[in-house]
Every structure is written in structure tokens, then in C-alpha cells.
Design a protein. Structure first.
Lengths: 404, 404
């Protein structure tokens, strides 16, 4: 038997596993250290009570013969699809049908698995820095080519996100087929305006490209004029797939629920990408837990929405505390306004990993090195607003009192 | 952009979607028909009370700040992996480490996604008849070639399962790389002895092949001398991957939990397949709901095991009722002893789909046409023991009283 040789091109470990290992080593040698983890983008607030109540009810249904549910439909149950359509799209003037929404166990799964429906021959454009999953899944699929000394991949077209362009990439000068965009961005925390997205939609429609739009952080948008969905942009339905998640919106990282929107207008010749994804999911996926689907439905109730807002405000405030504190400490900071992520420049002469080590050593604060998100992330660092308010304050105080 | 053209080779709809559509049409034109569904292999008994109790507790933990859990590890939490190791392997004399077990949201996902780690150039051997997912996922990946007039695929090596060989396939005469085996079998309901499996393990070790062993139905084995895991066979650790599921064992179809075992000894040259799958899952999967993992853990408790046994016995009895009834009605029947599935020959002169229509028309019983599982399934039919005892009895009575 022969393996998929593309796997051998990948670095042996995933960014967050490397961080976890480094922190464990530090913690083992410093058992009394009060470590504060502002690295991984995982939530810490409990689930909204509306979801907890809904899950108790659903669990009871699963224990009763007359209300027991077996295999869910692969694409999701009507009750949750209808809520998504109404609250996430219709309410913002976007016309999306329920059969254009595919419920899943996570945006990571979907952004990874979506490659199944595309040819290996497509030219992929990725931002740099970028969420590593987009890169690694394309390396696995054979769309990346070989790694260059710079750490970049030979077949990718890179979209530079730099301090100079405020981390909003310019259009590629060549023709590309698949374009990964994520706004509000992970890791930089920057959001895109309608005008900014229109530029990409026009490019994609002109060149027959598909935009793979990751909107997992849309709930953090605080400026009312910013788009929450790419489908707010005219023309997006013929060129975009959108990935959404309940993980960051409602704290579902531990219960697993997300969804992907593929408009029926999105065609490649006479083939509907919606049909291809429906076939992919029907063949390789068996739906989301009934209990989780009820939990997701509940966040669209009046109480649910209020509880979600409370959590989002909590994290947003943390992000502001971090951003303000870093600025006080003399750092240059981006993001944190429409995002849980603060992105900042590390002191001159240090690499991102140098700063990771120094920060851990001097303040016991764990962050994420920018270079873990791509070569252009070198010299930057990410802290997240997902910690507790108390620990976030404490972390900021420690950073302000440290000398780097 | 270019799509994955292999998708266009697939039939437009999945077997069970076609059945659902036909039943809906019948039901729409016959609104008073008392339809009994013994087609899809979905469970109907409520979840074991031990799992219900565990889920209520886990839901409460998720609603409390001090016990809330975020992202689970992609490969599963220690508490459930330890139970799996102890009860499913150690207790049967099999030495499997926790890091050889990968928890997931379903065996369908895993048997579909496992292809990611293998080269497109591998020669795939599939049984005929077969669970369609193994075939369709390899068509999507480009390992199937083109469909022939017979309904078979040009690049596959077919392992015939016929009445003549008691639906236990012979070894291929050529060299193959990936071999899909499923015992107790879906759809035929036949189980394999240790001697039978040893034949495959020896073949695979000799030829450097990998056996993709689907043991989703092992809980239905009633004959004590039959293997429940391929790892009961000497030499299997260097040539086999095993897929297990809580769906059929404990009725988890609606809550989604399964696992895959890849021994560390399974190598391709100096590359460990366990490492490749770990990387695949870390990149494209984000773990199983914490609540579901607690539900799975609970089935290994004393009460849990007793409740699971009760459900399995219930379905087994249904399968026996079906098998006995079909025999009384003059049919030749296989399976149903170590399996929830009864597999039988349709009356001479009819195709499997003919019989599907006639059975629905004359008895309002829904089954699964054998030809839906491959060309060699033509002339056979599957009924499942997953219905209620009352409806199963009623279905059998109707069949006995009908003339075909």
C-alpha cells in the first residue's frame, strides 16, 4: 500500500500542540507558576442557560421511546436551519434558503473537508499570516507544492497582510482559483468593510474564482456598518462559500456545531457546488448530535440571544483591556475592536518565538507567536480575550510591569 | 476554479435517500397506509439510562464556569479512551494503547475520511455486495476509475459474496493495497470466524496491504468463538485498521460517537499510519462533544452494560423473528444470528427493486434492495431487526400472509 506522500511535507506538529508542549515543560519545571493562558482561541464562559435548558430537555427525549431520535439528517434538522436562515440572514436582508445551509460539527472540519469537492489543480491564494488549517489541508491534498526556504509553499499565491496595509490584503496580480479569506481575521483581529469585500467578490466573479469565507468571528463585530456575512455583498452568491460557527459565537467549542452556506447560484459550468457538497456530506458525514442541535436552536431564543450577547461583551471587554494595556506598555496593537484577538508587534530584535519564551518566563502569560500563522506573522504576537476577566487584568498588569 | 470531476461519476443520489423518496411518494398517495420501516439500519430503542444520567450531569457541568469544558482533544478524552481500551480490548486479551484509539463523530466519517492518508494510486478491493460508503468515497478520491455497464468500477478488485460461498469472499488472485472488510457484515449479516480473518491478515502481511476492518456490528455477535475485533487475530496489528461505533452497540446514531484503532506497528516503510491519522484528525477535526463522550463512558458502567445488553437482545430477537418468519414464508435467509440484518433471496424473476416495490405495495413494509449494495446484491433483500418488537411481528405476519 502507498500512503499520501503529501502528509510527509507537513511539519510534524500543529502550532497549538507545540505551544501546549512548551507550556507543559515550563510548568513541569516551575510547578508553582501561576500560568495565564491567552494563547489558544478557546472560550471559557459557560454555555448560555437557554442552551443548557434545551439540552436537558433533549437528553430526556433521547431516553424515552416515544421521543427518541436516531440518525439526524446529514445537513441538519429543519428547526435549526430555519432559525439560522431567519436570524443570521433574513434579518440582515440576505435571502438564503434552508437547503443552502449545511449544519456540521465544526468550521474546522468544514474548511478542511471542503477541499474534497475541488480539483487538486486549483491555484490557491492564502493570506499570510493565516489560520494554519487552510494551509495544512491544502498541503495534504497536494495543492501546495513544496515548502520553500522562506517557509512558504511553491504553488500557493500569497496575499501579504502587513502593518503597511493594515493587515487587509491586496488583490493578487495573477489569476487564482480558490481564495481563503477570514474576517474578522484570525490571527490579526482586523475586520473588512463592505467596500473591501466587494473588491474580492468582483475579482472572484471576473476570474471564476471561489472565495472560501470564514466568518467564525462575526459575532464580535461591534461597528454596525461592517458586513457580518459575505452575502451582504452584491454578487457574492455566485462566487462565495461561507463558514460559520457556534464555537466563538455561543461558546460551543466543547459541544461542536457549525454551518456552511453554499448558494445554489454558485456554479462551475453547469455543476452546482451546493450539490457536490450535499453529496460529500451525505457520503462522509452523519449529522450533528440531536442534543447539540437543540442547544444551537436555543441561542436564537430571546433569552438565548441576551445570554450570548453578555458573553460576547465579556470577551470584547477583555480584548479591550489587553489592547489598552499593551498600548500603555508601549506596544503597537491591531485588532481587538471587532474581534477577540489583539495582534501586536514584538520588541525589535526578537522573533515571535523568542517573545513567546520571554513572555512565559517573565510573566507566565501564554500567547501565540505570529510566525506560527505564516512567515509574514514573524515579529508579531497574538493574545486573546477568551480568558477570565480577572486573569486577563492580571496578565496585563504583569506585562505592563515587565521589561522586554 | 475546477471541481473534483470524480464527483460527477457518482450516481446522483445515495441509496437511502432514494428509498426515503420512494416511501414518501407511496405514503403521499396512500395517506392511511401503516408503513413499517425495516429498511435503514437505524436504532429505535431509547438510550441506556446510564448514558442519559451521565449526559444530564455533563450538561450541568457545561453550564457552570468552574466545570465548563472547551475544545476537547481531537483524539478523545482520557476517561473514555481508557474505558474503551479496558472493556473492548484488554478484556479480550488484546493489547491496545490509548494513543492507538481515535474517538470520532461516526464510523461513516472515519471510513470515509481514512482515504485522506492513502495515495490515490492504491488498488482497492471491495466486497460485492457492500456498504456503499466504501465505494462512493473511493470514487470521489479517484481510486475507482470509471463505471462499467455492469455497475462495477474499472479500477476496483471485486470480492464476490454469493450464496455459493456463504457470503464469505475468497482472497483476490491479484495483489491489492486496500481491502475493505466488514464483519458481522452489512448488508448480508454474516460473521467471520478467526480462521476466516486469519486468511486475510496473512494475505495483507504478505502483500503489504492494509485491511480496513469495519466492526460496527460486533455487539451483535452471539457465538462466543467468533472474533469481535480483528486484533484478536495474530499479525493484525501490522496490517489492519479497525472502525468501531457506539451507534449500533448503544443506540448512539442520534448523538454521534465512534472510534478508530490504528496500531503503532502499522507502518508503510518507516511511516506510521497512526501518526498520519493523528495529523489528519488534528488538522481536519475538532473532537467529539464532551456531553457525548460522557454518554459513551457511561455504557461501560455496570448498569450501562446491562442496559446495552437488554437493547441488543431486543434487536437480536427481532432479527430472529424476521429470519424465522421469512423461512416460514418459504424464503432462503442468511445472517440474523450474529447480526441485526436478515438477508434473503427475492422470488425468482424479480429484481431487488421490483421486490422493494411489491413488498411496499402488498405489505407496506420498507426494506433495502440488495442491488443497492452492489451488482452482486441483485436478487437479494435486507430487512433489519432495529424496529419495535410489535411492528416487527406485524411486518412478519403481513409478509407471511402475502403472495409474491
Amino acid at each position: 500500500m502507498k500512503i499520501n506522500e503529501n502528509f510527509l511535507k507537513l511539519q510534524s506538529s500543529y502550532l497549538f500542540s507545540t505551544i501546549a508542549k512548551k507550556v507543559k515543560e515550563y510548568s513541569d519545571s516551575n510547578p508553582n507558576a501561576q500560568i495565564i493562558r491567552l494563547g489558544i482561541g478557546d472560550v471559557t464562559r459557560p454555555l448560555p442557560q437557554a442552551s443548557i435548558d434545551a439540552m436537558h430537555k433533549a437528553v430526556d427525549e433521547m431516553g424515552n421511546e416515544s421521543t427518541f431520535r436516531g440518525y439526524p439528517p446529514e445537513h441538519g434538522m429543519d428547526f435549526i436551519l430555519e432559525k439560522i436562515r431567519e436570524y443570521d440572514f433574513t434579518s440582515r436582508g440576505i435571502d438564503i434558503d434552508v437547503d443552502e445551509i449545511f449544519l456540521s460539527d465544526g468550521a474546522k472540519s468544514d474548511t478542511g473537508n471542503i477541499g474534497d469537492i475541488f480539483s487538486v489543480d486549483n491555484v490557491v491564494a492564502v493570506c499570510d499570516p493565516i489560520y494554519p488549517v487552510y494551509v495544512d489541508t491544502n498541503v495534504m491534498a497536494g495543492r501546495a507544492g513544496d515548502v520553500l526556504p522562506s517557509g512558504r509553499w511553491s504553488k500557493f499565491v500569497y496575499l501579504n497582510c502587513t502593518a503597511e496595509n493594515d493587515f487587509l490584503p491586496e488583490l493578487p496580480t495573477e489569476k487564482v482559483d480558490l481564495i481563503y479569506l477570514c474576517f474578522p481575521n484570525n490571527p490579526t483581529g482586523m475586520a473588512a468593510s463592505k467596500q473591501e469585500l466587494k473588491k474580492w467578490v468582483d475579482y472572484a466573479n471576473k476570474n471564476g474564482s471561489v472565495i472560501l469565507y470564514d466568518a467564525a468571528y462575526e459575532a464580535f463585530i461591534s461597528q454596525d456598518d461592517l458586513p457580518r456575512s459575505i452575502f451582504e455583498i452584491e454578487g457574492a452568491k455566485t462566487c462565495a462559500i461561507e463558514f460559520r460557527s457556534f464555537s466563538k459565537t455561543a461558546g460551543f467549542t466543547g459541544v461542536r456545531c457549525a454551518y456552511t452556506v453554499i448558494p445554489k447560484e454558485l456554479m462551475c459550468g453547469d455543476v452546482s457546488l451546493n450539490n457536490l457538497w450535499a453529496r460529500r456530506q451525505a457520503t462522509k458525514f452523519n449529522g450533528v448530535s440531536y442534543i447539540t442541535q437543540r442547544a444551537a436552536e436555543a441561542i436564537y431564543s430571546e433569552q438565548g440571544m441576551a445570554q450570548v450577547k453578555q458573553n460576547i461583551d465579556y470577551y470584547r471587554n477583555n480584548a479591550k483591556v489587553i489592547s489598552d494595556g499593551l498600548k500603555d506598555a508601549g506596544f503597537t496593537v491591531w485588532g481587538a475592536v471587532n474581534s477577540p484577538y489583539a495582534w501586536f508587534k514584538v520588541p525589535d530584535g526578537m522573533t515571535s518565538w523568542d517573545f513567546f519564551d520571554v513572555l512565559l518566563e517573565k510573566t507566565q502569560v501564554v500567547g501565540t507567536p505570529g510566525s506560527g500563522f505564516g512567515p509574514a506573522g514573524e515579529g508579531f504576537f497574538r493574545l486573546t480575550g477568551f480568558g477570565s476577566a480577572e486573569k486577563t487584568l492580571e496578565a496585563v498588569e504583569r506585562i505592563k510591569n515587565a521589561k522586554f
